[in-house]
Design a protein around this ligand. Structure first.
Ligand SMILES: Cc1ncc(COP(=O)(O)O)c(C=O)c1O
Length: 351
């Protein structure tokens, strides 16, 4: 058991890596995970991603062309479901392909999965929903929920090279500070030794509260809870996408609807700004910074994508993105914030 995925990841770095080792990370990833690697002198090597997460072919290419004089990466750190910050989710097909690459190039896959049980399925546009005879957002049965989940990397793991980090932070309460690691026995033993000299265990007080809650709910009650969460998040995700479709200027901004988790990203083309070449010296990150400042002044808060950029990574084109979340915001406030952001983008681009 862990005190959540932040600690589980730190423990993973300490368990597997020595100073000077390399690990693979998504081009944009949870900033705290990158920060944890720094003092341990672990090099983070970016792996190409698209709207659906890691691109297996690009990962294979990177490792096939690895400098023969340099040690190969020991592990891949990935957030497969509802990725933070992009919101993408890896399909079963990609997970399987990435697992095969891990076997070929002999590395461990560490899946950081706090959003795993917040899977929602595809977004249906407002128009598609109004044409359908079904209720706008249907609640799943327990069986359907379990069937609908994208398989974990563990599902493909025949060689014991997957380590899964799970947390109650996003499905119960972040303050309980309870998580757990699933891996093969020999690997878990190492974590247990580390726990003995670090956290010992998550708070016993928290554990007993969670234990009595889950015992009272039972497996079925917990699934009902997850069904409610799925329902709530789907309503918020759909509402966010509906509003963004209306308020964003399509000529410069695009948004991809997430199928899991609490994040969405708005991709903006820096080169379309009238002052891109002059005031911003053809640097999309300067446009991003100025737009961020304008949006904060106008009263909306989206997080610049560059804050999550892995070291050694340079953007491929002139676009940048902002991460938003619908997790803790009531729908009326969400509408105000998203509309303000859309207005700021229009004003900023002179549209
Ligand atoms: C990918 C990822 N990992 C870990 C965490 C932190 O999880 P925990 O509260 O379990 O430490 C977060 C967010 O807070 C996250 O987005």
């Amino acid at each position: 058991m862990t005190t959540g995925n932040t600690q589980a990841w730190d423990a993973t770095l300490r368990t597997f890596c020595d100073p000077g080792d390399s690990i693979l990370v998504e081009e944009y990833t949870f900033a705290a995970s990158l920060e944890a690697a720094k003092p341990l002198e672990v090099n983070c090597i970016p792996v190409s991603i698209d709207d659906h997460g890691i691109v297996p072919e690009k990962l294979d290419e990177l490792l096939n062309n690895w400098d023969a004089f340099k040690k190969k990466p020991k592990l891949l750190y990935t957030i497969p479901t509802g990725q933070n910050p992009t919101g993408s989710t890896l399909s079963a097909k990609r997970r399987e392909a990435i697992y095969k690459i891990a076997c070929k190039h002999d590395f461990i896959i560490v899946e950081d999965e706090p959003y795993y049980f917040l899977q929602m399925g595809n977004y249906k546009t407002k128009a598609a929903k109004s044409e359908s005879s079904e209720p706008p957002v249907k609640k799943f049965t327990q069986e359907k929920l379990l069937q609908s989940l994208v398989p974990s990397f563990l599902h493909f793991d025949t060689e014991g090279r997957v380590v899964r980090l799970d947390s109650l932070s996003k499905v119960l309460a972040p303050g309980v500070r309870i998580g757990w690691i699933v891996a093969q026995k020999e690997v878990i033993e190492k974590y247990v030794y580390l726990n003995e000299v670090s956290i010992q265990s998550p708070s016993g007080f928290s554990q007993s509260m969670v234990h009595s809650l889950l015992t009272r709910w039972g497996q079925s009650g917990y699934l009902e809870w997850l069904i409610e969460l799925r329902h709530e998040y789907t309503i918020k995700r759909d509402f966010t996408m509906d509003v963004l479709t209306e308020v964003l200027p399509k000529s410069v901004a695009t948004v991809v609807a997430p199928t899991a988790g609490m994040f969405f990203s708005i991709v903006i083309d820096g080169s379309k700004h009238p002052d891109f070449k002059t005031k911003f010296e053809s640097d999309p990150l300067k446009v991003e910074e100025a737009l961020f400042e304008s949006s904060v002044k106008d009263g909306s808060l989206m997080v610049p994508g560059s804050w999550f950029q892995s070291p050694n990574f340079k953007a491929h084109d002139d676009s940048f993105f902002f991460r938003g979340t619908y997790a803790a915001v009531p729908l009326d406030n969400l509408k105000i914030g998203l509309t303000r952001f859309g207005e700021t983008v229009k004003k900023f681009y002179g549209l």
